[in-house]
Design a protein around this ligand. Sequence first.
Ligand code: SAM
Length: 375
Amino acid sequence: LQTKKQQQAFPRYARVNTLLTSTKEVCNVLCKISKESKNDKATMEFYVDAHVPDLLVFPPSLVTDVMSKQGEKEDKDSNAALTRQQEAIRDMIQSGKLILQDKSSCFPAFCLVHGFQSSNKHKQQVNQLNYLDACAAPGNKTQHLASLVGSLVNSNKTVGKRRKHPTTTITALDRDSTRLAALSKRMQQLAPDNNGQHVQVVTREADFLEAKQDDFAAPLGSILLDPSCSGSGIYTAPDRWTEKTSSSESMEEEETKRIASLAGFQEKALRHAMSFESVSKIVYSTCSLHDRENEMVVQKALDAVNNTEDGESKSEQWRVVAPKNLQNWNRRGHRVDGMSDRDAACMIRASAEDETNGFFVCCLEKISGENNADD
Ligand code: SAM
C-alpha cells in the first residue's frame, strides 16, 4: 500500500468534456498562454494521457493551485503566465469543459464504447443501440459515456457515413433519489440534450435488480455496471490507504462480512445485467482491490449463466473479452479458482503503481450458437 505522502505525488487527471469543447481547444488555450509568456519562468506542464483519449494529465498540485488562486490578485512576484493558466483551468472546470476524474475510472465507459471488436457489417447497428448505466450516480461514467458516444457519432459524420443518425439514449439508473437528483443537475450542465451530438441522458430512479428490458429505450445494447463496492482502491480515502497499524480481529471480521455482502449484490447485479435479451455488451467495474468483488464475481456469474442446471453448456454464452483499446495496458486480472489464464489476462486492473486509483474492469460479450468458438 502507498503511504499518503506517495499518493500526493500522483498526477491529477482532468477529462475534456467533448460535448462542450475539444481537447485541441483546451490545449490551444493553455499553450497560447505559455507562448505569450514574456518571462522565462516555467508555465504549467501538462500532457495528453497515453491510454485514455481526451484525458489531460496535470501536476499533483493542480487542484490546490487552481482553486486557491480563486479571487486572489496576482502579486508582483508571481508568474503571470502561470496564474493565467490556472485561471483558465479553473474557468474550464467551473463551466464543465474540464472534469476532474481519476484515470482508471475513465476505463469503464472508454471500454464500453471502444473496447469491443465489431465487424464492419455490425458496426453501424451496434453504434445505434442504446446504453444503460445501471448504478449511475453521481454520474462520472454516465457523462463520460455521453461524451464518447457523442464523439463517435460526430466522427461518423466527418467521414460522411452519417446522414441522419438517430439519437442514442443513455439511461442513468440509480436507486438513491438524492444521488440521482444530483446526477440530473450535473447532466444539465455537462451533457445538455440536443447539443448537436445526437446523444441524450435520461434518468430513472429504480432498483436495478428489479428493472426489466422494457423499462428502457429500445433497442438496449450495452450495460455499464459499476455497482457499490468496498472502495478499497480509492487512495483518497484516508483510513483505507494509510499503512495498517492496528486492526482488531472483530474489525477484520466486520470487513469480511461487509465484502461478502457487497460481493453477493455485485454477482446478482451482474447476472441480472446478463439476463437482458437484447444486451450483448457489458462492462463490469469496481474501485475495489479485492478478488472477491472482482474476478470472483465475474467467474461466479459466468458459471451461473453459461450452464444449465445439469451442468451442460448453454448455446448462448457470455464470455470475457480483452478490451481492444487497452492492449498496451499491462496490469491484468488475477486468476481465481475456476478461471482460465486467458480470461484473467483479458481483465484490466489498475493500482497505485500506475499512478491512479485501484480499479477493476471486465468486458463481457454475449455470443450465440455457431459464433461461440474461443478465439
Ligand atoms: N458509476 C458511478 C459514477 O461513476 O459516478 C458511481 C456508482 S457508485 C460506485 C454505486 C451506485 O450504485 C450508488 O450510487 C448506489 O446508489 C447505486 N446502487 C446500489 N445498489 C443499487 C441497486 N440495487 N439498484 C440501482 N442502483 C444501486
